[in-house]
Design a protein around this ligand. Structure first.
Ligand code: IPE
Ligand code: IPE
Ligand code: MG
Length: 251
């Protein structure tokens, strides 16, 4: 059954973040090497970009490679980087056609130059698009992002561009890689793991979490719609009481 029709268009999460996990296990179940799982994960990425666009989500952030993932076997890292580059290049036309803006977040200095160059080309091609912002977290670690923000804020203080007293949540937010994005409303993790793995720690302060046992290569549009439906059934109270929320809804 296509779940899309059940989605309330007035309660769409603005920003959905996804921890795409389980490629290795998916391959293992089939007696194949881990990279086979990564290759099959690309299809699911395409599906989810489509599904996000269909439902009117404005920002989709996908965790593709963490700072910790550099510690994986060299051959796997190399294949992952190559796969990322080729699939994003292949997707460029679709992104342009669907008015999707691509951006990347993470520690760009550690990325191979060829990958960065290829990605920057697609970023440039799609920079004026505005239906959906697709953010790929690549060589991304939330703690690294926060350290980077501290450094940049400190520099401004030393240069007298900012006073310590002026530091507030907005200032911190504006120094994160995600400064153009709203807070995460919905965080999805596949593969049955129930942890954050250093992803968007600041940005998920009030996110709703959706965990599913489905392994990433098997994740479909309908699974994404299902996550949105569950999100729509949650009551987001932001510290208030249920009664306060109901009153507001009645107005
Ligand atoms: C997610 O799948 C992809 C990346 C982290 C790059 P995994 O490779 O982590 O798959 P599992 O968790 O080993 O099954
Ligand atoms: C998190 O997955 C990173 C990505 C999905 C890119 P991992 O598979 O690397 O996370 P851990 O190691 O199980 O926490
Ligand atoms: Mg994993």
């Amino acid at each position: 059954m296509d779940l899309r029709a059940q989605i309330d268009p007035n309660k769409i999460p603005k920003h959905v973040a996804v921890i795409m996990d389980g490629n290795g296990r998916w391959a293992k179940q089939r007696g194949k090497p881990r990279v086979f799982g990564h290759k099959n994960g690309v299809k699911a990425v395409r599906e989810i970009i489509d599904a996000a666009g269909n439902t009117g989500v404005k920002a989709l952030t996908l965790y593709a490679f963490s700072t910790e993932n550099w510690n994986r076997p060299k051959a796997e890292v190399k294949t992952l980087m190559a796969l990322l580059l080729t699939s994003l290049k292949n997707e460029a036309k679709e992104l342009v056609k669907n008015n999707i803006k691509l951006q990347i977040i993470g520690n760009q200095e550690s990325l191979p130059k060829s990958v960065l160059k290829g990605l920057n080309k697609v970023i440039e091609q799609t920079k004026n698009n505005n239906a959906l912002t697709l953010t790929i977290a690549l060589s991304y670690g939330s703690r690294e992002e926060i350290v980077n923000a501290f450094k940049n804020i400190s520099k401004k203080i030393v240069n007298n561009e900012l006073l310590t007293e002026e530091i507030d949540e907005n200032i911190i937010n504006n120094h994160l890689y995600t400064f153009t994005l709203p807070d995460v409303d919905l965080m999805i993790r596949t593969s049955g793991e129930k942890r954050i793995s250093n992803f968007l720690l600041w940005q998920i302060a009030y996110a709703e979490f959706y965990f599913t046992d489905i392994l990433w290569p098997d994740f479909t549009k309908n699974d994404f719609y299902n996550a949105i439906l569950e999100y729509q059934n949650r009551e987001r109270r932001f510290g208030k009481t249920s009664e306060q929320i109901e009153t507001r809804n009645e107005i």
